[in-house]
Design a binder for this molecule. Structure first.
Ligand SMILES: Cc1ncc(COP(=O)(O)O)c(C=O)c1O
Length: 466
């Protein structure tokens, strides 16, 4: 059993640089002060480091490990597939795990998403989505449609093309003159609003900005509007208010622009529906992109959900020109199937809604005790906690205090992994994501809150002495 006294104190990151190799984090900035424990094993919502100290994975890694760690059924399915058929190239042969998985995903997504193009993760899937749309308009005589509109802030991936779609000012020097940067409209954030705005009035302003941007570019030149229907690592789980999605759909329809939902983080049940889009059935997008929870950390898997009308039409014209060696890898497909079997067996989509409501209630009770919590937001088991110096005025914590790093350090000391980020120099606030595996029980939620409460005690004390 973990006790605070026995916990190793994490107050200094180690930057040992071996002569050869080393862990991935050696590529990150040396100024990082958050230590990275060496994790040895994991089960359910728990992870253990090499010293035996346990941690609750309160963020499912980067909101990926939806079915929890160490699932023996998934491990068995992966091993069985590896023994039976490890690899078969999708341009040279067909295989059953591929067909079974795409059938299953299309059935879960519902009408309008009959074709499923698989990928090895989120960024690749996002690239496939825009590449598909671009090839589609070129093949159907609308080659002038090349502009993509995305939100500021937003995150759509780590490849050069998807970074260029991501609304993050810090990327400007890297992208300048190097990649084609998407057009930007403000994201419908809900907490740090311009003077005099409510979340609803600001969302209306964002939609006006979308219309204005389309007019400025010429609707006939716009290929797609790409949006995270529930925010993730860029906005801290922002849920657009009221009729934002319906109006977005209307605007895209009116101008003949494809609407793409990046559900890489918020899809696959995380928000309490299989697709986040299912919360607003009157505003279904043309294309949905999934990843993260689909492979749940067991295998790199992404999927692009496309209507048969478009995929089959393009196949008749030019065919969709894409090829990746690991496209529909049999072991990855079998893993995806085993993960979706676990979703069904354990009722994880419903659990996300139920446990999400429970955990949110607990976080709100904690907020009543902790004045440094400014906001709790999100949907299902995708929640974020905003950190502030003053709740009344929403004054952010001073950047010099390194609030998002400090909360992670105090969480680690208390046996908790948190995902926190300060984006755009704190312009969009300081927050951390609470998104544990969907398998979490109520008792485990209580334990998570107990550790978070202890982390906040240390965080507050640290700030008082700052
Ligand atoms: C909304 C969104 N899109 C795209 C990506 C990129 O996915 P991946 O890291 O699997 O390439 C992420 C990852 O965090 C994401 O949250």
């Amino acid at each position: 059993m973990r006790t605070k006294e026995s916990a190793a104190t994490h107050d200094k990151a180690s930057h040992d640089r071996p002569a050869l190799g080393g862990p991935q984090d050696l590529f990150y900035a040396n100024s990082n002060i958050v230590p990275l424990p060496i994790i040895d094993r994991a089960e359910g919502i728990f992870m253990w480091d090499e010293t035996g100290k346990d941690y609750i994975d309160a963020c499912s890694g980067p909101v990926a490990c939806n079915i929890g760690h160490g699932n023996p059924r998934v491990a068995a399915a992966m091993a069985a597939q590896a023994r039976k058929l490890d690899f078969a190239y999708s341009r040279l042969s067909r295989h059953r795990p591929n067909m079974a998985l795409t059938d299953r995903i299309a059935a879960l997504a519902g009408p309008g998403y009959e074709r499923v193009c698989l990928a090895s993760g989120g960024s690749e899937a996002m690239e496939i989505a825009v590449k598909f749309l671009r090839q589609y308009v070129v093949a159907t005589g609308a080659a002038q449609r090349r502009r993509i509109i995305t939100c500021q802030p937003s995150y759509h991936g780590g490849t050069i093309a998807t970074l260029a779609m991501s609304g993050d000012d810090a990327l400007a020097p890297f992208l300048d003159g190097f990649a084609v940067v998407s057009e930007r409209v403000p994201a419908p954030v809900s907490y740090r609003l311009p003077e005099g705005h409510t979340a609803e009035s600001y969302a209306a302003l964002c939609l006006d900005a979308l219309e204005a941007k389309i007019d400025e570019l010429g609707a006939e030149n716009v290929l797609a509007f790409v949006i995270e229907p529930v925010g993730g690592v860029a906005t801290g789980c922002v849920v657009p208010p009221g009729s934002y999605m319906q109006r977005t759909r209307e605007i895209c329809n009116r101008h003949g622009i494809y609407l793409v939902f990046d559900e890489i983080l918020c899809g696959t049940g995380r928000t309490g529906r299989f697709l986040a889009a299912h919360h607003t059935p009157e505003a279904m997008p043309d294309i949905v992109v999934l990843a993260k929870g689909l492979g749940s950390g067991y295998a790199p898997l992404g999927a692009v959900l496309i209507p048969a009308s478009m995929a089959d039409h393009l196949a008749e014209l030019t065919g969709f020109n894409f090829s990746h060696t690991y496209n529909a890898n049999p072991i990855t497909c079998a893993t995806g199937m085993a993960v979706l079997d676990e979703y069904e067996r354990l009722g994880l989509v419903a659990a996300a809604a139920e446990r999400g409501a429970y955990l949110r209630g607990k976080l709100e009770s904690l907020a009543a005790e902790v004045p440094m919590i400014g906001d709790i937001r999100g949907l299902g088991l995708l929640l974020a906690v905003e950190l502030v110096a003053d709740r009344e005025t929403k004054t952010p914590l001073p950047g010099r205090f390194l609030p998002t790093e400090k909360i992670r350090i105090h969480a680690l000391n208390n046996g908790l992994f948190l995902y926190s980020r300060r984006t755009a120099g704190g312009k969009y606030g300081d927050w951390f994501i609470v998104a544990p595996p969907l398998t979490i029980t109520e008792d485990e939620c209580d334990e998570l809150i107990a550790r978070l409460t202890a982390a906040f005690e240390d965080f507050e004390q640290d700030y008082r002495s700052f």
